[in-house]
Design a protein around this ligand. Structure first.
Ligand SMILES: [Zn+2]
Length: 1004
């Protein structure tokens, strides 16, 4: 028997709270007596147990545990400090009081056990991903002192390894027979009532374990791990405690096992523990100094790999690496993202720009259709940057150190001919508390056993260093790492996606405008610490179960609250903007129009309301004062036809909409070319049944496309809202169902090359998917999609399994379908942006813009309610690059700002402009680390996929310009020559460049 004598507790009492309160506060509360078998809860409450115990004197010399088995997740507190996590699901039900009781040890003590009323995976009602059951009760099943028989435990571990070798090595392997024979001998020899027989049995086991491998055997680099989702089926606040419970358990294991290493990602989680558990954090820092508690990843959180903007991804690394440098004295040298739903083809360049050349993930093993062909390879991004990439072949980040897993790790390694090394990440995640002593003991036995792969405790650095020696042998994978699963996460929880995009925009604008102010006014207080705080909130919400929408309602509420904080602190234009305006005598009233994009824009703006429109021209990244509207070369005309349809034209494009708001014709006026396919309608809303196999919020399955139903129930026919001139618009409403309605205003502005669709949806559906179809007269085998700082192509057909597995894909601000000398682009703002391909409708599938889903798990209220989003369609000549699609998509997403009244003369002013339209100046901000008040950081990228040399022009007083990396570390060898109006810059395709500009007049 594993456990010997037992002894009851002296007393057990508890205090319950709906709040998560600190230890000091909890222990001051009134505790009431309870007993084993009692229930507590409900869900999300915390139950604090006060445990008074006294170890019997006669147990001297024995190993004594407090055995604690309860539902929920527990933390033991002793002498005011957290000492051990307890969780049944993570196989942690004992707190070791002593390994060998001494006479002089204190025999009586009081500990507290803080139990969170949620499981490892929240509190789903009936299934893992179901919405939480708020009424769940939790039970304490066992709480007593026991004598632990270490010798029995060791025998059991020996025996398990031998049995597993017999089971999993297979009949063709003689080692399986040898293991079985020895295990049988052990059983024969053992007398379970006589511990004196144990050593001889262990000796037998060791006769197998001591037989060594040959030189050629595969080596597994084992690393302890505990994947903690920063929020998912539980709120952020619970993740804080999950981190503490798990990491304190890891520290206890480290104290006992000198070789044990543990890798840990997400700066945010370290920051949580630093703030809430300073004592534990100090211990973590000590083990980090020894190189055993190893921070990895370099990012603020393990973010979604598809939807965050390029700049957001840079900030994930910038704020993450800066934190690791400050707290642990080193940058992470590997990017760690094992659980995210696909990986942008821009990531390799961003990693390289942040001091990272190595990448680890395993999620592509979840792909439903195709098996990824490599375990160890070079991953090459759209610009040609490469990173050394490894997928742990065990296809998990939560192994348990079993024989079967080690054999799978070796056998499933797809590049084992070239590279004889793999990693194995072991430990229960998500509050399971990470590794256990048993896992470590299994791995220790498998260190070098003939027939099994060699297993060594290792570190990411040791592992990747070995791989780097084998580099010339490795294969290369170019382009995105697309996960053929969870493709509904591009659309689910549209509000979160919209807020993410809006907050990215607003932080961009505040940084640009604050930078202008800094250059104009030396006393301007650039809000750097406020911006860092807001960026941290935005980056946290980009976690891989929040931005994808795969979280419970409590998390959605938290996320929306954090977005609201960004909004409250970022009123644009910022109050401080006045500091950039010249002062002088008052003149007539006018309007100041601000442009935060790096090109001149001529657009229709709405001054104070819908009545007063104006056509304005604003210089690149600057402003101009507007008194009167410009006159467009061609006013917008809107004409209602006898059949109720409406034609709209602005001299650039002409559209014909039927009475249901469908676009039956869309032409370029100049060439007269029609874009809409014969016999079809564009802007056709369609609805699909959307019932995934299991992962409700996550998955859109390909078979949903077989259930297409066009929405044709007209609620209000097309009517003219604005009759033309500077802006024409029409409006209509459709009934989706008895419970859901679409109202749309279709808008055409003077001089504007695209038609805008301002859409309101009252959505109250279950398991339905709303999309908009655009069947086009363009035949192309591929469509182009914008990603972070660039674009890529994906197939429009279903030829091979790799093609049709991409039936639902993601994109950022635009997608384009291009035929010979013409094309059509779709651009979006607002809700999440993605494209599905209609199945079996056409040989070339038309683009569909996916707008809203209605999954019921894990958030039963997901997406129910009112939505507002805008998309646009833009027919064009030539390539999308020549047609200016990229600029138009930016302009749609970054509206001009207006300040109603300016009382001073204010000439048009431009801070920056770039001669080549291929180069986008994406970011302007104050230099961060080390903080330099006199310096700006500019980030530019080549957006066409071309090689370009261009001028960056500026009106600012620049003293010095230096290339820097994405972490804003200057490259001292790259001082850029300054011309009279700026500097010349060269770019390779999709290259991202960061510049440090030192101003001539220091700000302070
Ligand atoms: Zn995860």
């Amino acid at each position: 028997r594993l456990f010997g004598d037992t002894y009851p507790l002296v007393s057990l009492s508890c205090f319950q709270s709906p709040q998560r309160i600190p230890y000091d506060e909890a222990v001051r509360q009134e505790f009431r007596p309870v007993k084993v078998g009692d229930s507590f809860g409900p869900t999300w409450w915390t139950c604090w147990f006060k445990v008074e115990l006294s170890i019997p004197r006669e147990w001297t010399g024995k190993e004594v545990h407090l055995l604690w088995e309860s539902d929920g997740e527990g933390m033991v507190w002793r002498d005011t400090q957290p000492v051990q996590g307890l969780t049944k699901e993570g196989e942690k039900t004992s707190y070791i009081l002593t390994e060998a009781l001494k006479e002089t040890d204190p025999h009586s003590l009081t500990v507290y056990v803080e139990v969170a009323c949620n499981g490892l995976f929240g509190a789903g009602k009936g299934s893992l991903v179901a919405p939480p059951d708020p009424e769940k009760k939790f039970t304490l099943n066992q709480a007593e002192l026991v004598v632990f028989h270490r010798d029995v435990y060791e025998l059991l571990v020996d025996f398990e390894i031998l049995v597993d070798m017999a089971k999993f090595l297979g009949e063709e392997n003689q080692r399986s027979f040898q293991a079985l024979y020895v295990a049988n001998q052990m059983v024969n020899l053992l007398d379970v009532t006589d511990p004196a027989t144990f050593p001889a049995a262990r000796q037998l086991a060791s006769s197998i374990f001591s037989q060594k491998n040959g030189d050629s055997q595969h080596t597994i680099h084992a690393m302890g791990h505990c994947h903690i989702d920063s929020a998912w089926l539980w709120p952020y606040e619970e993740s804080v405690r999950k981190c503490a419970r798990s990491w304190v358990t890891v520290i206890r294991l480290m104290e006992k096992n000198p070789e044990f290493t543990f890798v840990c990602s997400q700066a945010q989680q370290f920051e949580w523990v630093r703030n809430r558990y300073p004592g534990l954090y100090a211990q973590i820092q000590d083990f980090a100094k020894e190189g055993r508690f190893i921070p990895v990843g370099g990012t603020w959180v393990e973010m979604d790999g598809n939807l965050p903007s390029g700049e957001s991804m840079v900030r994930q690394f910038l704020l993450g690496q800066r934190f690791f440098q400050q707290q642990f004295g080193r940058l992470c040298s590997e990017f760690w993202l094992p659980d995210t739903f696909g990986y942008s083809a821009q990531l390799p360049q961003l990693m390289r720009g942040c001091g990272i050349r190595r990448f680890l993930t395993q999620k592509l093993s979840w792909s439903l259709v195709n098996t990824f062909p490599h375990s160890t390879f070079f991953w090459e991004g759209i610009d040609g940057s490469q990173v050394l990439t490894h997928f742990p072949p065990g296809n998990s980040y939560g192994l348990q150190g079993q024989v079967e897993e080690m054999l799978k790790t070796m056998n499933n390694n797809r590049d084992k001919g070239q590279v004889n090394h793999s990693t194995a990440l072991f430990g229960f995640g998500d509050g399971g508390g990470g590794p256990t002593q048993k896992m470590l003991d299994r791995l220790t036995r498998m260190r070098d056993v003939d027939g099994l792969p060699r297993v060594q405790m290792s570190t990411p650095d040791q592992f990747f260093s070995v791989l780097e020696k084998e580099e010339p042998q490795l294969c290369t994978w170019i382009g995105e790492l697309f996960l053929e699963l969870h493709n509904g996460t591009y659309t689910t929880q549209a509000q979160i996606k919209k807020e993410n995009r809006e907050c990215e925009r607003i932080l961009h604008d505040v940084e640009v405008l604050s930078s202008f102010a800094l250059t104009q006014n030396s006393t301007f207080p650039y809000p750097s610490s406020k911006l860092e705080h807001l960026w941290r909130l935005l980056l946290l919400n980009q976690f891989h179960d929040v931005l994808p929408g795969s979280c419970i309602q409590l998390v959605v509420e938290d996320a929306l609250r954090y977005y609201a904080v960004v909004w409250i602190h970022c009123n644009t234009p910022p109050d401080s903007l006045t500091s950039i305006l010249p002062t002088g005598p008052e003149t007539a009233e006018s309007l100041l129009v601000l442009n935060t994009l790096p090109w001149e824009r001529t657009e229709v703006i709405s001054r104070t309301g819908e009545e007063t429109l104006a056509l304005v021209k604003v210089p690149s990244m600057g402003y101009s004062a507007v008194k009167d509207s410009l006159t467009p070369p061609h006013p917008v005309t809107v004409v209602k036809q006898a059949d109720g349809s409406v034609t709209m034209e602005n001299g650039v494009i002409a559209a014909h909409l039927d009475s249901m708001g469908r676009v039956i014709s869309l032409r370029l006026v100049h060439s007269g070319r029609e874009s809409v396919q014969d016999g079809h309608c564009a802007n056709q809303f369609v609805i699909f049944d959307d019932i995934p196999l299991y992962w409700d919020a996550w998955d859109a399955m390909d078979y949903h496309l077989e259930t297409r139903k066009p929405i044709t129930s007209l609620l209000k026919p097309l009517e003219i809202v604005l009759a033309g001139g500077l802006r024409g618009s029409v409006k209509f409403s459709l009934q989706i169902s008895e419970r859901s309605v679409i109202t749309q205003e279709v808008i055409l502005d003077a001089m504007c090359p695209y038609l805008r669709f301002l859409t309101q949806v009252d959505w109250n559906e279950a398991h339905r998917f709303l999309k908009v179809e655009f069947p086009l007269r363009v035949r192309s085998m591929n469509a182009t999609y914008e990603i972070q700082f660039g674009h890529l192509q994906r197939p429009t057909h279903w030829n091979t399994s790799w093609d049709w597995a991409r039936f639902e894909v993601w994109s950022h601000k635009w997608m384009d379908l291009q035929g010979c000398a013409r094309g059509l682009a779709l651009s979006g703002s607002g809700a999440g942006f993605s494209h599905g391909q209609g199945k079996r409708l056409h040989s070339i599938n038309p683009p569909l813009s996916s707008r809203l889903r209605a999954p019921k798990s894990p958030d039963a209220t997901a997406d129910i309610g009112h939505h507002q989003f805008t998309y646009a369609v833009m027919p064009h000549r030539g390539s999308f690059q020549e047609a200016g699609v990229i600029h138009c998509a930016y302009s749609l997403n970054y509206p001009l700002h207006t300040i109603p009244v300016v009382s001073v003369p204010c000439p048009a002013w431009s801070a920056f402009s770039v001669d080549s339209p291929a180069v986008v100046l994406e970011t302007v901000k104050q230099a961060g680390a080390p903080k330099r008040l006199d310096s700006l950081v500019l980030r530019l990228y080549e957006s066409y996929g071309s090689t370009v040399v261009t001028w960056l022009r500026t009106a600012l007083p620049i003293k010095e310009a230096i290339d820097c990396d994405l972490l804003e570390r200057p490259d001292p060898s790259s001082h850029l020559p300054l011309g009279e109006h700026g500097l010349t810059l060269s770019f390779t395709p999709f290259q991202v460049r960061s510049l440090l500009l030192i101003l001539r007049h220091p700000a302070q």
